[in-house]
Write a protein that binds this ligand. Structure first.
Ligand code: FA5
Length: 345
């Protein structure tokens, strides 16, 4: 054992740098390391020899371990000294800068939409996330027993307030404030914001998600205005020319109501797994503002008409970047977030 101990200590002493020391360490202490084999071999000796041999093997192991640790220290110090005395090394130079982080993709698209709509004369409005039953449902022409209330599974709070299920309540809030202050249309607003529904989370549904509401009220506003605005918005956000189609859709606060579909950008309408072979992706519920909603807002539906839309922001972001699972947005995985451009310095 003494010979081998000597050999091991010599091998440690002879290591010229950290890499070769690491090699020696693996040879001695790796899975089939020589030092560990020595300790294990004690068990194969006759019973009466084991205590003495075990003690000697452990002492030897300790000595080799200590020599290894001391050599590691020495080599690290040497490497540091070498670096410090390298004439090209400037200790006053700033270290590598930490990443500044990137905006969340929902924020990126939300900001672009705000820029786009404000450039078209829309004004950005906000509203409370804890909303009253009146603004979330009643003011939007959704009667108490209407099944539409159930289709948006609501997180109720104990005082008949709720977590808003959509951004549409800000339509009536804004119209009321606007008319109370004595203004008359045109009125053009967008409302980006967080919404909440008691939904089972899956690839396309979250309990907390983002919408962007839009509302335009003026004399003579028509479906043609709605289609033009939506096409412009989708072209800018999806960064390509888009074909759209309107299908009837039911929402009590619009009449007529539509589901606006966009020609599938992944297959150019030929049919693929993303669009479920239909060639179209449902992206934007919208419609002409219901007369009762205009009345709730203090406006005369004989005089004014309007359109409204409620875009699911995550869905637009998923289409834009080809993301196929909504849960990645809030999953907290930095590898996902780092794919988006770093914030400029
Ligand atoms: C509404 O919320 C209506 N307020 C939209 C509207 C506004 C219609 C104005 C007409 C006029 P809907 O429940 O379909 O509609 O939701 C709108 C969009 O929000 C959906 O197309 C979808 O993109 C998104 N959305 C709805 N529920 C979820 C959810 N659980 N997770 C993620 N996105 C959702």
């Amino acid at each position: 054992m003494n010979d081998r101990r000597r050999q091991w200590l010599d091998a440690i002493a002879a290591a010229a740098d950290e890499a070769s020391l690491h090699e020696v360490e693996s040879r001695l202490f790796g899975k089939k390391g020589e030092v560990l084999e020595l300790v294990r071999a004690v068990a194969t000796l006759p019973k009466e020899e084991r205590p003495a041999a075990g003690k000697a093997a452990n002492l030897c192991k300790q000595e080799v371990e200590q020599a290894l640790a001391a050599k590691k220290d020495e080599l690290q110090q040497q490497a540091l000294q070498k670096e410090l005395h390298d004439p090209s090394f400037d200790p006053t130079e700033p270290g590598p800068r930490p990443r500044r982080g990137s905006l969340h993709p929902i924020t990126i698209v939300q900001n672009e939409l705000i820029d786009l709509f404000t450039s078209m004369g829309f004004c950005w409005q906000d509203g409370p996330e804890v909303e009253s039953e009146y603004f979330n449902f009643d003011a939007l022409n959704i009667p108490g027993d209407h099944p539409a209330r159930e289709s948006q599974d609501t997180f109720w709070l104990n005082d008949r307030n709720l977590l808003r299920t959509h951004t549409s309540p800000v339509q009536v809030r804004t119209m009321q404030r606007f008319t109370r202050q004595g203004f008359q249309p045109p009125l053009k607003i967008i409302v980006p914001g967080r919404c909440f529904r008691a939904e089972t989370v899956d690839k396309t549904h979250e309990h907390t998600f983002y919408q962007m509401e839009g509302l335009v009220v003026d004399e003579g506003v028509s479906t043609a205005n709605l289609i033009h605005t939506m096409k412009t918005c989708l072209r800018v956000i999806l960064q390509r020319e888009v074909k759209v189609r309107l299908r009837p859709g039911f929402f009590p606060f619009v009449e007529p109501g539509f589901e606006l579909d966009v020609n599938c950008p992944f297959c150019q309408g030929k049919g693929c797994s993303v669009c479920k072979q239909s060639g179209w992706i449902e992206i934007l519920p919208c419609g002409m503002v219901h007369p009762n909603v205009l009345r709730q807002g203090g406006l005369d539906p004989e005089e004014y008409t309007g359109f409204a839309f409620g875009m699911g922001l995550q869905r637009v972001v998923m289409l834009r970047y080809g993301i196929d699972d909504i849960r990645t947005f809030m999953g907290g995985d930095l590898r996902f977030l780092r794919q988006f451009p770093e914030i400029a310095r």
